[in-house]
Design a protein around this ligand. Sequence first.
Ligand SMILES: [Ca+2]
Length: 149
Amino acid sequence: MSKCVKVRVLKGMNLVVQDWASRSSDPYVLLRLSKNEARTKVVEKSLNPRWEEEFVLPITDCCLKLEVWDWDSPRKLKRDDPMGEAEIDLNHLVNGDTQIVLPTPENCYSKNSYIKLCADGKRVQEVSLMLRKGKVSTGVVELQLEYPA
Ligand SMILES: [Ca+2]
């Protein structure tokens, strides 16, 4: 049995406008870890949404992918639009080999990411991710990851 990671999708900041009529977007987050997917609710008309939802995904792979999409009313007969994506390497959380991961040009962290060992043995990582769409920065998403003891 593989262990699971608990992903708390907290909030987005400074996301991009997709709906020009309202000068806003209706963002939701899609998480992908190997073949498993999880999706938050839609926060309508917000570029700084608070999702505050929690998901548990089995760790069958160490690359957690995150995508933000703009929901569009089904009446528009239009597909949802991508608003940016990022990915996280779960190896540091799983291995517990460091307490801090620094942002580099190769990863998607927008600031230092701290991994803390709790009294009960689980590890919690604070993650602030820089979204990208092509080469353009399209905002930040904050998460918290938890790995069991
Ligand atoms: Ca929309």
